[in-house]
Design a protein around this ligand. Structure first.
Ligand SMILES: [Zn+2]
Length: 138
């Protein structure tokens, strides 16, 4: 008799401590969120970097200025990143995001096989900035 033991998802042991490089790139993602806001978009930014600190992509949300509903910061960063690097690089890269990714972006991040992600603000905190009516999906 064989026993199958699932290996995915990996055990979650809580948030990992952030290093100086993580803090620098997270602040850079937040700066891109400010750029997005200044250009009339939703205030989200994203940066992708290798473990050694090499910058691979940086951008912001463009949904308003482009009129494209998939122009989230994470999606734009993944588009830049995917053109530049081999699939092997994906596993060693970190995506820094100003806010926790939505379902669309989470799925794209999963299929890109990125090594890790670091975000600034989680969804409950983000929602606290909006009125409850704006999230009524009934
Ligand atoms: Zn998204």
């Amino acid at each position: 008799m064989h026993t199958f033991m699932a290996t995915h998802p990996p055990a979650f042991n809580g948030p990992a401590p952030l290093g100086e490089t993580d803090t620098r790139f997270l602040l850079q993602a937040i700066a891109w969120a400010c750029t997005a806001r200044a250009r009339g978009n939703h205030p989200f930014g994203a940066v992708i970097a290798e473990a050694d600190g090499t910058l691979l992509a940086e951008t912001h949300c463009t949904t308003t200025e482009s009129g494209g509903p998939t122009g989230h910061a994470e999606m734009n960063a993944l588009r830049q990143f995917s053109r530049k690097v081999s699939p092997e690089t994906h596993a060693h890269a970190t995506l820094y995001i100003s806010a926790e990714p939505c379902v669309m972006c989470s799925t794209a991040i999963f299929w890109r096989d990125l090594g890790r992600e670091v975000y600034g603000i989680d969804t409950p905190w983000l929602r606290s900035f909006y009125s409850p009516a704006s999230f009524d999906v009934t």
